[in-house]
Ligand binder design. Sequence first.
Ligand code: SAH
Length: 220
Amino acid sequence: MPISEIANLDPYFPERRQMVESQLRARSIHDERVLEAMLRIPRHEFVSAEFESQAYADHPIPIGENQTISQPFIVAVSLQALSLQGGESVLEVGTGSGYQTALLAVLAHQVNSIERHQTLARSAEAVLVKLGLNNVKIVVGDGTHGLPEFAPYDAILISAAAPSIPRNLLDQLAEEGRMVIPVGPPHAQELQLVRKRDGKAVVEVIEGCRFVPLIGAEGY
Ligand code: SAH
């Protein structure tokens, strides 16, 4: 659907445009594909009715199970770092609300996303189906194991804080692929862009961040 049509149909469109301009473009987000995807995807559909009026605000929001939907800016920074062109196969760990999953579905070819809480996985799935995004598969389980059956992935996005880069995930990343992952202790991490060169991780720090912990075999 063209953006102009979405603008006419969605009462939240002005708030979403405001979010894109003031929280994203005015800061360091310049990838036009990311900006357009975030203008297109109705973030308010991914939060409960109680929080709908805050859906476009500059902060994380509770989504149940003690988890949060990430702040729009941190989602945009992560997506921009992946430099997706549209043909990629992507693995996401930590589906949560499914908001970032929806953006990945618009920006890449195929998305596999793992969530450890079944309730969150099911409600994310329902919103993705409602939005007609059918290039996404959601799996319930411990994402630190990755999903070897569909590896290698051109891009891997982890949206929970890890003590270090999980070995399984690096193994499942394609050579020259990109991974974005918050690494560090539970209360403050650095968002890292990891590129795989000759089988090894080349790490660049994007910025400081604070995510909920990655719980699992190679997590906390
Ligand atoms: N991108 C999501 C972020 C959700 S918060 C959003 O914007 O909605 C991080 C999510 O990671 C939580 O839902 C949490 O349950 C999940 N998580 C934590 N450890 C995990 C693991 N080992 N495997 C899969 N999901 C995990």
